[in-house]
Design a protein around this ligand. Structure first.
Ligand SMILES: C[S@@+](CC[C@H](N)C(=O)[O-])C[C@H]1O[C@@H](n2cnc3c(N)ncnc32)[C@H](O)[C@@H]1O
Length: 430
């Protein structure tokens, strides 16, 4: 996120107090990590980050994913410079999401706010500055991160903010009028619900069964959601932005909220891009919920509403010379929003794990070149840009398919990859 874009004054003040340097680009941020950290710390960071990526790819061992992430945050928290640099790498996300969270809380300013999983304290301090008449508590299980957050609080002079070092699933500090949880739950442990076709986002009615799968230790998410409910005052609210990218996980997450007695009153997709993340626009649901007593409500209408929240990306604002990549539901939405007429070719493949994958290569409305990759477990990527990028874009898409094929991942492929490559080249003159 370029410095000029830190337009939110509240966030700018928090960033200054926390001593975060706003990175100009992903490369600049990576370079700063290398230069500013002693080698063992930088190396330790890289190892733990790589383990998170490796664990995430191993669909059969989701427990490893949770453990890898916890080790990553324990290590980052234990090294104050790394902790701050990592928080600085997430500023694109804070700039996009925190104003939306504050806007929701402002509808009825809460007297007491709890921020779950507060890490370096950016969200907690932001809420403290945005709501000077509220008491704001950040709870975080790694003591190093709490110390970094506390130092930033002291520099900020915010007297209405405090931090506690605890596991929030066991935390008990009375009831809060608002509980905020931003990427603090292991929502990636929620299983994907396979769809009938790669392009499809509608799902069957077997949500309970899906959550009970032995390979899906979704109970960890259920415990986190139960903590939200338990820590909320009567009439209180929760604002949640969890890593439930893609509709099937978002649906299951809402289902978990319902089972915990949390009634969703508002939802939207909140998009962000951070230099510390993968090089794509990320989109997770931003959910506001209230506590309900009594029978668990049916969530069919809420799920339909979530699906209807298309949030179609506005393609007209795209930079002309390079492509923009969308993931998850936004990739699906961007594909659906392409203007006609479309001239496209599609490759259909079966993956060894049973997923089916479709790859679309095309030009839309005479102006937009795109590659869309989707599969029946909702891994979705859509890159779209001005027509001039067609050769580079198609080459990159074909290279990716080539790598999958070389790794024996494209068991059945229609048409065969070589044939597809040949005809694509002829048709689009690339
Ligand atoms: C992905 S970071 C998000 C931090 C912050 N909420 C934000 O939006 O930048 C998740 C943080 O939550 C903390 N966390 C996860 N589970 C926790 C738990 N049960 N109790 C306390 N902290 C937890 C982790 O240690 C980590 O610092």
């Amino acid at each position: 996120m370029p410095k000029a874009e830190l337009a939110d004054e509240t966030l700018a003040a928090v960033v200054a107090a926390a001593g975060l340097e706003v990175p100009d680009s992903r490369e600049a941020w990576e370079w700063r990590l290398q230069c500013a950290l002693p080698w063992p710390v930088y190396d330790g960071y890289r190892q733990r980050r790589d383990e998170c990526f490796a664990a995430a790819k191993d669909a059969n061992d989701v427990v490893r994913v949770a453990a890898a992430e916890d080790q990553f945050f324990a290590f980052a928290g234990a090294h104050p410079n790394l902790c701050r640099l990592f928080a600085a790498g997430r500023l694109g996300y804070y700039a996009a999401v925190l104003p939306k969270v504050a806007a929701r809380l402002r509808r009825a300013p809460p007297a007491r706010i709890l921020d779950l999983g507060s890490f370096a304290g950016v969200t907690t301090l932001y809420l403290g500055a945005a709501f000077p008449n509220s008491q704001v508590v950040g709870v975080e299980r790694h003591p190093g991160a709490v110390a970094v957050a506390e130092a930033a609080r002291a520099r900020s002079g915010l007297g209405n903010v405090s931090f506690a070092c605890a596991d929030f699933t066991a935390f008990d500090d009375g009831a809060f009028d608002a509980v905020v949880s931003l990427q603090a739950m292991p929502a990636y442990l929620i299983p994907w619900l396979p769809s009938e076709r790669p392009e499809d986002y509608s799902r069957g009615a077997h949500l309970e069964a899906a959550m009970g799968l032995p390979a899906a230790p979704v109970q960890a998410v259920a415990r986190a959601v139960a903590a939200v409910r338990r820590l909320m005052a009567s009439g209180g609210r929760a604002v949640l932005h969890e890593r439930a990218a893609g509709l099937p996980r978002a649906l299951l997450f809402q289902h978990l909220l319902a089972r915990a007695g949390l009634n969703v009153t508002d939802r939207c997709w909140a998009d962000w891009y951070s230099v510390s993340q993968r090089d794509v626009v990320q989109s997770f649901p931003l959910i506001e919920a209230t506590a309900v007593d009594g029978p668990v409500p049916s969530y069919e209408p809420a799920m339909t509403a979530l699906y209807a929240l298309a949030g179609w990306p506005d393609l007209t604002g795209l930079p002309v010379s390079c492509g923009v990549t969308f993931s998850g539901f936004h990739a699906h939405a961007a594909f659906a929003a392409l203007p006609g007429p479309r001239d496209e070719m599609c490759l259909r493949a079966g993956l060894p794990d049973g997923r089916r994958l479709h790859g679309y290569f095309g030009v839309a409305g005479g102006n937009w070149a795109y590659v869309y990759r989707c599969d029946t477990h909702d891994e979705r990527m859509m890159t779209v840009g001005a027509r001039g990028i067609t050769p580079a874009l198609f080459r990159a898409g074909l290279d990716e398919l080539g790598r999958l094929s070389a790794a024996g991942q494209l068991a059945s492929c229609d048409p065969p990859l070589d044939k597809f490559r040949y005809h694509l080249g002829k048709r689009f003159k690339v």
